[in-house]
Design a protein around this ligand. Structure first.
Ligand code: MN3
Length: 392
């Protein structure tokens, strides 16, 4: 058997997916790509497929799938699939050792479940899988096959915890850059534009996560993600603003020692670590120059202004279907904000209303989550159209 690990990259045309391809191509002696998937960016997918020669590709959007198989994909030797089922099926292929789930949004849940059920190594960038389905997903995690987090903060915590027992953790400290609106007041945020919200000071990311970073929703989702990944109660998960984003996160242990993870702000580093774990190999990413390092500063997070973060703690602690509802409302609100149908502060307001109207139930299975999210999205949609008619 060859030592080359075969990687399925779900969401290969997104920011994380593209960087994962870079890492795999840079380490051809270790990795080959067995599968790629996109929602509908078939142009880039075609280029990636020509470059990496996977056995399988999946195009979630049916129309994009048809244009591809009738166009550039015609006569191609790859097995081309469509729909969410097509993406999920990539997680079970015998030709795949590692599934890197870099999908955006709650659509990532089913592939996460499939990868764990099929006993693949799951490198998880899709935090929504854990936010929406944390109770279901953690039940599938087996000893010896942990989820390897790709999200930089969680990848950092995962590294800090190496060799330590969970019982030794006093608390987890997740760092936040503070986003583009750090130190702003609510009044300042009332009329911020989509462009302003999309210019993140530290990280280059896709539009959805960039807006989530501006509202601090992203940090809140990461708190829930950390709760499920590391089994730490919410009261032991703290968020601190660290504008330089050099410390990616920290763990405080029972004896008061804090172990922190530092590195450049480049996602290729956590992606590579997730793929090579437990080994470390040289990286193409230039290391951190400590001589040139700015001051490393820390400040409290302002949850009065950035209410989304407080809502995430609330939903996480309340449990049951609350996190799924919070996430669904956020996805709808962010899409509407990106379409310029609602204002920036309408995002937390919509989430608040949808959460308040929700009657929580126990997460007994995927169907419960689907029904819950559907009705949360429907209600969020109603609120969005009301706001829109007021604005027009
Ligand atoms: Mn992150």
């Amino acid at each position: 058997m060859s030592n080359i690990k075969r990687v399925a990259i779900l969401g290969s045309t997104g920011s994380i997916g593209r960087q994962a391809i870079d890492v795999a191509l840079e380490n051809k002696d270790r990795f080959s790509i067995s599968a790629l998937s996109t929602n509908k960016n078939i142009k880039l997918l075609g280029e990636q497929a020509a470059l990496t020669r996977p056995q399988y590709i999946a195009i979630a959007d049916e129309q994009a799938y048809r244009s591809y198989v009738e166009g550039p994909g015609a006569g191609c030797v790859m097995d081309i699939r469509t729909g969410i089922d097509g993406i999920v099926s990539l997680c079970g292929d015998q030709d795949t050792d590692i599934v890197l789930n870099a999908l955006v949004g709650s659509v990532g849940l089913m592939p996460t479940i499939a990868a764990l059920k099929n006993k693949k190594r799951l490198c998880l960038s899709n935090k929504e899988s854990l936010v929406v389905g944390g109770d279901l997903v953690t039940r599938l995690v087996e000893e010896g096959n942990p989820i390897i987090p790709v999200d930089s903060e969680h990848n950092a915590i995962f590294q800090c915890l190496h060799g330590h027992d969970k019982k030794e953790i006093k608390k987890i400290v997740i760092t936040a850059s503070g986003g583009p609106f750090r130190r702003r007041t609510k009044k300042d945020l009332k009329n911020v534009t989509k462009q302003q919200a999309l210019s993140h000071p530290r990280w280059e990311m896709g539009p959805k996560i960039t807006i989530d970073s501006a509202t601090l929703m992203n940090k809140g989702l990461e708190v829930i993600e950390a709760h499920y990944l590391f089994g730490v109660p919410y009261e032991d998960i703290e968020v601190v603003v660290h504008p330089q984003s050099t410390v990616h996160s920290m763990v405080e242990f029972l004896d008061g020692s804090i172990i922190a993870h530092l590195g450049p702000t480049d996602m290729r580093m956590p992606i590579q670590f997730a793929l090579t774990y437990p080994e470390r190999i040289p990286s193409m990413v230039p290391g951190l120059d400590m001589q040139a390092c700015e001051d490393l500063t820390f400040e409290p997070v302002d949850t009065d202004t950035f209410e989304c973060l407080a809502y995430c703690y609330e939903a996480g602690i309340a449990g049951k279907t609350y996190p799924a509802v919070l996430n669904a409302a956020n996805e709808e609100a962010v899409a509407a904000f990106l379409d310029e149908r609602i204002g920036f502060l309408d995002i937390p307001s919509i989430i608040r209303h949808v959460m308040d109207a929700h009657k929580p139930v126990e997460v007994s299975g995927v169907d419960v989550l689907e029904e819950t999210q559907r009705s949360a999205r429907r209600y969020a949609g109603e609120l969005i159209s009301k706001i829109r008619s007021v604005r027009a």
